[in-house]
Design a protein around this ligand. Structure first.
Ligand code: FMN
Length: 151
């Protein structure tokens, strides 16, 4: 099974979580596309069977700049071939931002719904004001995801 990781990061924390997810997915036998600068054409060429988004939040609940072009392209096209595929989202944020907490992940969750992806499991939120170990914090959730995708 081929998993495309959509990754958005300003300072690199979400990118490290995504890289760790790639390693776990690879170790479980999945083929993974992880390119923080990927565009729609790259993802379509990879022909994924499943999607994982890993993104932080910046501004006032916005997506990091590196993910915005891909997000816009996907929203404009909404590739029909992806309808019904499994998808899941990891959102990094900081609860001290209040209403915009994990807004980037919310945007990806909404995009996945517009695409008609199947939500494999509820979005994981990683709160920078609660923990400084987001990679290891994400691992139990990723193990559950791997089991779900393996069925
Ligand atoms: C300028 C700035 C704005 C931020 N805005 C938000 C926000 O609106 N909501 C939120 O949940 N977190 C917000 N954050 C927190 C980051 O999403 C969080 O620290 C995250 O772990 C950073 O991941 P990154 O290194 O991948 O960018 C903001 C951080 C910065 C520096």
């Amino acid at each position: 099974m081929k998993v495309a990781i959509l990754s958005g990061s300003v300072y690199g924390t979400a990118e490290e979580v995504a890289r760790n997810a790639k390693q776990l997915l690879n170790a479980a036998g999945f083929e993974v596309l992880f390119n923080p600068r990927a565009r729609l054409a790259d993802i379509q060429a990879f022909a994924p069977d499943a999607f994982l988004a890993v993104t932080s939040t910046t501004g006032m609940g916005e997506l990091p700049d590196n993910l915005t072009p891909l997000y816009s392209e996907i929203r404009d096209v909404l590739p029909a071939a992806w309808r019904g595929l499994p998808g899941a989202v990891i959102a990094l944020g900081d609860s001290s931002y209040g209403d915009t907490y994990c807004g980037g992940g919310q945007l990806l969750t909404e995009l996945f719904a517009e695409l008609g992806l199947q939500e494999v499991q509820p979005m994981l939120t990683l709160d920078a004001s609660e923990s400084v170990t987001p990679e290891s914090d994400s691992e139990p959730w990723l193990e559950t995801l791997i089991k779900a995708l393996s069925q």
